[in-house]
Design a protein around this ligand. Structure first.
Ligand SMILES: NC(=O)c1ccc[n+]([C@@H]2O[C@H](COP(=O)([O-])OP(=O)(O)OC[C@H]3O[C@@H](n4cnc5c(N)ncnc54)[C@H](OP(=O)(O)O)[C@@H]3O)[C@@H](O)[C@H]2O)c1
Length: 249
């Protein structure tokens, strides 16, 4: 087990084997952090990223696998952080996302979408609060522009992400003054994997983005880094990073 040397800051990023979470992990690593990458099913991507980071700096990356649908999965993450002995930044990035049209949605989808986007981040923050308080650290939650502008056919996801913004505000109060809690609300950054080949859908989404293009992983990672590390007098806030989409609705 890789204990921390008590001088290197530690960041935990959930759902960080791929895509936006992985880019965020690489950014914090480049800034000198020891990075704990959480993943669920993407073991091979997580291994590759962890090996790459550890080649750059010995003992600079750790992995933890768990399903946020499961309270014991949350405890596994908390136990790992306790064994490391330090946590400066928690980034609640993991998320499930798919349509749940009202006429077809069910209890299993409610649990899955709420667990990864709201309940998991809440109980992870609660469980890691002692380490965050000790380090006077910070939390960044990843919400969505569709928390505030509801996405048609996605009621459960939209509700869960709206709760995620409310959680950011509540936790900012609960953990003040020592720990700051903020969030980022991305717009269209990377196409969801179930929409990768749907060019009609993609053109329709892009036609509503004032900047006329997708964002990129770095747009989110850099805003997360700003909130987590530099925004020393900000807490309870959500920053939209969406090419102007939320401003045009
Ligand atoms: N992509 C966008 O354009 C966009 C737009 C708006 C908001 N966002 C938000 O930005 C964040 C990152 O977006 P993304 O597109 O990079 O995310 P993503 O690829 O859709 O999901 C990130 C990771 O979440 C993990 N995850 C899902 N359900 C889980 C569960 N029950 N337990 C544990 N892990 C679980 C998965 O890990 P494994 O693969 O290891 O299973 C997945 O790789 C998310 O919070 C998303 O809602 C993204």
């Amino acid at each position: 087990m890789a204990h921390n040397n008590n001088q290197t800051p530690v960041v935990l990023i959930t759902g960080a084997a791929r895509r936006i979470g992985a880019a965020t992990a690489e950014l914090f690593h480049a800034a000198g952090y020891q990075v704990i990458i959480h993943f669920n099913r993407s073991a091979s991507d997580a291994d590759k990223l962890c090996e790459k980071l550890n080649r750059q700096r010995d003992n600079s990356c750790l992995l933890v696998q768990s399903d946020l649908n499961d309270m014991s999965g949350l405890q596994k993450i908390i136990d790992l952080v306790d064994s490391v002995g330090r946590l400066d930044v928690l980034i609640n990035n993991a998320s499930s996302f798919y349509p749940t049209p009202l006429e077809n949605c069910d209890d299993q989808q409610w649990n899955d979408l709420v667990n990864s986007n709201l309940k998991g981040p809440f109980f992870l923050t609660k469980g890691l609060a002692p380490q965050l308080l000790k380090a006077q650290g910070s939390v960044v939650n990843i919400s969505d522009m569709h928390a505030r502008q509801t996405l048609k056919n996605h009621p459960i996801y939209s509700i869960a992400k709206a709760g995620n913004i409310a959680m950011t505000k509540s936790m900012a109060l609960e953990l003040a003054p020592a720990v700051r809690v903020n969030s980022v609300a991305p717009g269209a950054i990377l196409w969801p994997e179930h929409e990768l080949d749907d060019t009609n859908k993609q053109n329709s989404v892009l036609s509503k983005v004032p900047m006329g293009r997708l964002g990129c992983e770095a747009d989110i990672a850099e805003t997360v880094f700003f909130l987590a590390v530099n925004a020393s007098y900000m807490t309870g806030q959500t920053i939209a990073v969406d090419g102007g989409s939320s401003n045009s609705l």
